[in-house]
Design a protein around this ligand. Structure first.
Ligand SMILES: *[C@@H]1O[C@H](CO)[C@@H](O)[C@H](O)[C@H]1NC(C)=O
Ligand SMILES: *[C@@H]1O[C@H](CO)[C@@H](O)[C@H](O)[C@H]1NC(C)=O
Ligand SMILES: *[C@@H]1O[C@H](CO)[C@@H](O)[C@H](O)[C@H]1NC(C)=O
Ligand SMILES: *[C@@H]1O[C@H](CO)[C@@H](O)[C@H](O)[C@H]1NC(C)=O
Ligand SMILES: *[C@@H]1O[C@H](CO)[C@@H](O)[C@H](O)[C@H]1NC(C)=O
Ligand SMILES: *[C@@H]1O[C@H](CO)[C@@H](O)[C@H](O)[C@H]1NC(C)=O
Ligand SMILES: *[C@@H]1O[C@H](CO)[C@@H](O)[C@H](O)[C@H]1NC(C)=O
Ligand SMILES: *[C@@H]1O[C@H](CO)[C@@H](O)[C@H](O)[C@H]1NC(C)=O
Ligand SMILES: *[C@@H]1O[C@H](CO)[C@@H](O)[C@H](O)[C@H]1NC(C)=O
Ligand SMILES: *[C@@H]1O[C@H](CO)[C@@H](O)[C@H](O)[C@H]1NC(C)=O
Ligand SMILES: *[C@@H]1O[C@H](CO)[C@@H](O)[C@H](O)[C@H]1NC(C)=O
Length: 480
């Protein structure tokens, strides 16, 4: 009897081994529905809150819940362990609130039983709001999505990267742009009666393609009446959207000028760093989540050659869209055996809108055919365009002042004249400082991971404290 059971189990074993295990994920997420960028300050709407919350709930059922379909190795299912999670968003109300709403879906209130702690004197204390869980959203201002990005009309301005700003600006002098501007003049004037409350005749053209589309799109969702809305046929709205797509994609990416996609380059480095941290820490920190702007998606799509898969990747992603990088393995994973780098792969997935309503679909990156790439291949490919450290950023961006003054060591320059106080104000230094802070943070997290490894679980909570060590970046951004 026992023998047959063992036999039965051993036939199951190969099956169990072939079972894929998710070791960690990185999610880059757009905010939910918001008010129009034409009227600042922009805010997340109830619909937007609903969308990001539903997305959080979707990811919970995929990765975290006790019965999740692809449960992440070692992840805490109900009570959040903040050391396992790194959540970031720029200092921007819409993006910060989107992250907070998402987290409520990811780790919902736990109720009285789990949400109660006993004190030394025997009194029990219930957490407020039915065991609502507190999860910090770290403030960052990388070039991936700048501070206040949802209040900004042109996202590249937030990057602080000189060569990227010049490159994007050059778009407005390109033949492509001139042709489009000219060709669409009549079309834009035909919709003037719809938008003339906000745009003058002189402003109503392709130069403002995104803002005009944003006004119409937001109004169609929220305004019970729109002036001259008989002009807004589905074809016209589609045309407005397509022109906005074209405009924004060209500002975010140009094959001949990769620096234009600085947002995607910085994001690529952040993704590799987080996933690498998951591996080196043996899944002690498994989830990285960043909320950011659509332009960062477009820059990354261009760099990762996703438009080769489909033209869809040159369009602005819908609200609450997300792209997800899963770290997966078919090797056996236990507390005592962790797969080696060459047993680990990465799967890229994208959902065009909230994942609760739009399927999370795998796509092949880097012009390859496989949707699951070996970790080493993934890293090599990402590193072709990733920009992760400050000196590299300064060189490629052609910035040499502020923080970049010390980062780029010029052998010919007069070293004495370049020193300047790091606390001297100005947007440029703030942004550069934040990038520096991020690199520092990554180093801290890496060291912490090592300490955790050596000292065991009790140190985990300390890591959470240092993980929050970005008031540095927050204050830097506040100056910007
Ligand atoms: C897991 O269980 C919960 C509660 O029973 C349920 O709401 C949820 O849909 C389940 N998730 C999956 C992925 O089956
Ligand atoms: C126990 O300690 C808590 C917190 O200090 C206090 O609020 C509560 O009144 C104490 N209960 C008793 C029975 O002393
Ligand atoms: C892309 O860059 C090339 C080379 O600098 C330039 O000729 C072209 O006009 C640019 N295209 C756009 C759309 O900016
Ligand atoms: C558009 O191009 C045509 C022909 O090349 C030219 O005559 C016209 O002046 C241009 N219009 C604008 C608004 O630039
Ligand atoms: C906008 O255009 C419509 C139709 O031409 C006109 O009735 C309305 O007064 C205009 N509104 C503004 C603010 O100019
Ligand atoms: C939609 O409503 C907002 C707020 O009332 C208003 O500012 C905006 O101009 C309206 N949209 C259009 C196209 O009129
Ligand atoms: C991963 O982290 C380790 C330890 O910090 C480092 O040595 C290694 O170069 C990193 N690998 C990648 C691909 O970033
Ligand atoms: C591109 O978008 C269209 C329309 O939404 C959809 O039917 C098609 O499947 C998409 N293609 C890819 C490769 O996702
Ligand atoms: C996402 O949907 C929008 C339409 O709402 C479309 O323009 C865009 O191409 C889509 N992107 C992808 C990657 O499917
Ligand atoms: C695991 O094995 C399955 C079945 O052979 C395969 O489809 C999947 O891509 C593999 N996953 C990895 C990470 O190698
Ligand atoms: C880089 O240089 C540009 C142009 O001088 C400047 O606007 C920007 O603020 C600088 N960025 C940083 C981070 O110093």
């Amino acid at each position: 009897m026992l023998a047959t059971q063992i036999l039965f189990l051993s036939t199951l074993l190969p099956l169990l081994q072939a079972q894929e295990t998710v070791l960690g994920v990185y999610i880059f997420h757009r905010h939910g529905d918001r008010t129009s960028k034409n009227f600042v300050p922009t805010t997340l709407t109830d619909l937007g809150y609903y969308q990001v919350h539903a997305a959080g709930d979707f990811y919970r059922n995929r990765y975290i819940d006790a019965n999740a379909t692809s449960k992440i190795f070692g992840i805490s299912s109900d009570l959040v362990k903040n050391s396992q999670l790194s959540v970031e968003a720029p200092v921007d109300t819409v993006l910060q609130n989107s992250a907070a709403g998402f987290l409520q879906g990811l780790y919902p209130p736990v109720g009285v039983t789990l949400g109660t702690q006993k004190l030394a004197n025997g009194t029990s204390v219930e957490a407020p709001l039915g065991g609502f869980q507190l999860i910090p959203v770290n403030a960052i201002a990388s070039a991936a999505s700048g501070a206040n990005s949802e209040n900004s009309q042109w996202l590249q301005g937030q990057s602080g990267c000189n060569n990227a700003i010049i490159s994007s600006n050059n778009y407005f002098f390109s033949q492509e742009y001139m042709t489009e501007l000219n060709k669409t003049m009549d079309f834009y004037h035909s919709v003037l009666p719809v938008v003339n409350g906000t745009f003058s005749l002189a402003q109503d053209n392709f130069k403002n393609a995104y803002l005009i589309y944003d006004l119409v799109h937001v109004s169609q969702i929220h305004n019970s009446s729109i002036p001259s809305d008989n002009l807004l046929t589905p074809e016209t709205v589609f045309q407005l959207q397509t022109l906005a797509d074209n405009h924004e994609y060209n500002l975010a990416f140009n094959l001949s000028e990769p620096i234009r996609a600085i947002a995607g380059s910085v994001l690529a480095a952040q993704i590799v760093q987080q996933l690498n941290m998951t591996i080196t820490g043996k899944s002690k920190s498994q989830i990285g989540i960043q909320f950011g702007a659509y332009a960062s998606f477009l820059s990354f799509f261009g760099l990762a050659q996703l438009p080769k898969v489909s033209d869809n990747f040159t369009g602005i992603v819908d609200y609450a869209s997300s792209m997800t990088f899963e770290l997966v393995t078919n090797a056996t994973v236990t507390d005592t055996s962790y797969p080696s780098n060459d047993q680990i792969s990465v799967r890229f997935l994208f959902s065009n809108g909230t994942t609760s309503e739009h399927p999370l679909t795998p796509y092949p990156l880097f012009g390859q055919s496989e949707t699951v790439l070996p970790w080493n291949t993934f890293v090599d490919q990402m590193n072709q365009f990733a920009i992760g450290d400050q000196a590299d950023w300064c060189t490629k961006c052609g910035n040499s002042t502020g923080v970049c003054a010390s980062a780029t060591s010029t052998s010919t320059g007069a070293s004495g004249s370049t020193t300047s106080s790091p606390s001297a104000g100005g947007i440029s230094k703030a942004v550069a400082g934040v990038i520096g802070a991020m690199v520092t943070l990554a180093v801290i997290l890496g060291v912490e991971a090592l300490i955790m490894l050596l000292a065991g679980l009790r140190v985990v909570n300390k890591k959470r404290l240092s993980g929050r060590a970005s008031p540095e970046s927050a204050s830097a951004v506040a100056k910007a």
